[in-house]
Design a protein around this ligand. Structure first.
Ligand code: AMP
Length: 225
């Protein structure tokens, strides 16, 4: 199973990515998580990326494309992978296609702007694993601690309201073209074309998960044309 999750920041992609990757036994490739680890280790990539991330802008395409292509070449991606936060622009999507990296599904999550900002505001993350929580909608068992390791959770610097708004703006700037690109691919009739699934992401993480799995599992019973 190879899939791409699309959707604005705060829509719950990371949470759903956790459900999907556990279910299918595939790795989650989150460019945001990879960059945050690089930033926390102070690597040259991290130092370069931080300049863009702190302001809510995008890291340049060439940097991010290399990062993802190298990651997908690793052996654990042999049975599939989930891309979360990549591609974010049409050139990134084209770079995947040029590298002959095809996917089975594009899953796009949609949600109202007010709710997106509310979700970003209360979000907490466990940096080493990328596991995300929300103080109201998806709280950890022990406040402020990761459920699996017990380590501290932090608020992402770019989840503060002003930067969250900027990230949403940046998403909107690119999303229309990117969604158009994948809808066209999905409708192209090519044998390797992905299927396009749109999810209304209002509701609890479990409710949204049910919608996602219903859409992904439907593939088994819907004949391919
Ligand atoms: P995320 O965790 O996906 O919200 O990503 C956090 C930040 O990392 C973004 O606001 C960007 O600055 C950067 N980033 C993550 N993925 C990408 C990407 N595919 N292209 C460019 N920048 C990215």
């Amino acid at each position: 199973m190879r899939l791409i999750l699309l959707g604005p920041p705060g829509v719950g992609k990371g949470t759903q990515a956790g459900f999907i990757t556990r279910h299918y036994g595939i790795p989650q490739i989150s460019t945001g998580d990879m960059l945050r680890v690089a930033v926390s280790h102070g690597t040259p990539l991290g130092r370069e990326a931080k300049r863009y991330m702190d302001s809510g802008g995008l890291v340049p395409d060439d940097i991010i494309i290399e990062l993802v292509k190298n990651r997908i070449r690793e052996p654990d991606c042999g049975a599939g992978f989930l891309l979360d936060g990549f591609p974010r622009t049409v050139p990134q999507a084209e770079a995947l296609a040029a590298a002959r990296i095809e996917v089975d599904f594009i899953v796009e999550f949609r949600l109202d702007e007010d709710e997106l900002l509310a979700r970003s505001e209360g979000r907490l993350v466990h940096l080493p694993s990328g596991r995300t929580y929300h103080v109201l909608f998806n709280p950890p068992r022990v406040p402020g601690k990761d459920d699996v390791t017990g380590e501290d959770l932090v608020q992402r610097a770019d989840d503060r309201m002003e930067t969250a708004r900027k990230r949403l703006e940046v998403y909107r700037l690119h999303a229309g073209a990117l969604i158009g690109y994948y809808l066209a691919r999905a409708g192209s009739g090519e044998p390797a074309a992905p299927r396009y699934v749109r999810i209304a992401a209002a509701g609890s993480p479990a409710e949204i998960r049910e919608q996602v799995f219903a859409a992904l599992d439907a593939r088994a019973v819907v004949p391919m044309d």
